[in-house]
Design a protein around this ligand. Sequence first.
Ligand SMILES: CC(=O)N[C@H]1[C@@H](OP(=O)(O)OP(=O)(O)OC[C@H]2O[C@@H](n3ccc(=O)[nH]c3=O)[C@H](O)[C@@H]2O)O[C@H](CO)[C@@H](O)[C@@H]1O
Ligand SMILES: C=C(OP(=O)(O)O)C(=O)O
Length: 429
Amino acid sequence: MQKMLVEGGRLLNGKVRISGAKNSAVALLPAAILADSEVTIEGLPEISDVYTLGELLEEIGGSVSWSSSQKVHIDPSRMIAMPLPNGKVTKLRASYYFMGAMLGKFKKAVIGLPGGCYLGPRPIDQHIKGFEALGAEVTNEQGAIYLRAKELRGARIYLDVVSVGATINIMLAAVKAKGKTVIENAAKEPEIIDVATLLTSMGAKIKGVGTDVIRIEGVDSLDGCNHTIIPDRIEAGTYTIAAAAQGKEVVIDNVISQHLESVLAKLREMGVSVEESDEQLLVRPGKHLKSVDIKTLVYPGFPTDLQQPFTSLLTKAENTGVVTDTIYSARLKHIDELRRMNASIKVEGGSAIVSGPVQLEGAKVRASDLRAGASLIIAGLMAEGVTEITGLDHIDRGYENLTEKLNNLGAKVWREEMTELEIRQFQNS
Ligand SMILES: CC(=O)N[C@H]1[C@@H](OP(=O)(O)OP(=O)(O)OC[C@H]2O[C@@H](n3ccc(=O)[nH]c3=O)[C@H](O)[C@@H]2O)O[C@H](CO)[C@@H](O)[C@@H]1O
Ligand SMILES: C=C(OP(=O)(O)O)C(=O)O
């Protein structure tokens, strides 16, 4: 088991290239199950979630071959409806996409309840509501979801909450259902459009993605295709926030800036200069950062996945900023760790009230989830002294070559093996 060490105080300068989007990748890979012939996906991020999903595709009989570290060929022709009640499915959130994809292809599936970041309860009732509306019988038996259908029939499905996962999962099941499916109050995240683009290249008939009403006309079969993934807006946002916190002049390369408008607007309000050009952002922090309030919302609002990194930045800003996460009200586990680093943050009525500016100090901290990890790394870059971060398996689920990318920008970040005592302390805490 490893820990990460961050020596604070160095200014970030130079260019960082953004990888393919995690939250697209983790849906595109299961979507390949639906095809009858080879699907090639290019630009995949080198992260553990992607490798785990590749292994799961092999477990159900898929042939998965890599022609480079970012390009995979999936031949689904020998896949079977193998039950996956436990094991690797519990290591990540997106294993829930095996439900929609296997239901669409085989009309049956057994999938253990997903893992992923613990951000408070993360129910999947809307996914199940959608599958049932399409004609599936769904039961929960000993922590695994059993789905069976004689046939899937298109239906009108209104989502009670706007959910990325439910929108994609229902799309996956509906593309091969008989007749028309309408998903109302659908989520609009760019990753949903990316998945619909792949499915359309496979022969699916989908209209309205990117709006809150998606219309799908079921087809009998889907073919293989080639697809290139979109850049990761959350990784891009993380480096943009890091540059605002501790940068001189940082170019964020391979980014679709429209995907980050809500975040860039808040950074500009704080006094950060962000210039947008083709596929790049040039970020220069202002001399004095002013605090702002942020409230996370569904896309195109401020993304919950950047709330934690942004909280770290606010410790450097003058005055008080209020952070409210309306998607995951309990996504506040980074706050105690930031306090260990001398941050002045109060939690009141579910909001974090960040007072600044303070000089953060290096400390031993734990990443309780993926973006808490990003938040602590950004705090470490700003801090005086060395910050030691444990819980790296979370960070590795979502950030490709993070130490290398930061060091290329002039940071000093490295990983070390933990001692047996440190591992015991980590496991018992
Ligand atoms: C793999 C992936 O893409 N993960 C992203 C996805 O997670 P995920 O797909 O799990 O998140 P959702 O969009 O589904 O969740 C949004 C909100 O709806 C609630 N909800 C969701 C489904 C459901 O059936 N019932 C229900 O009540 C959730 O508890 C949450 O409060 O979107 C989140 C919100 O942008 C991001 O933080 C995650 O990074
Ligand atoms: C919460 C996240 O991921 P997951 O849904 O995969 O746990 C995230 O990417 O911030």
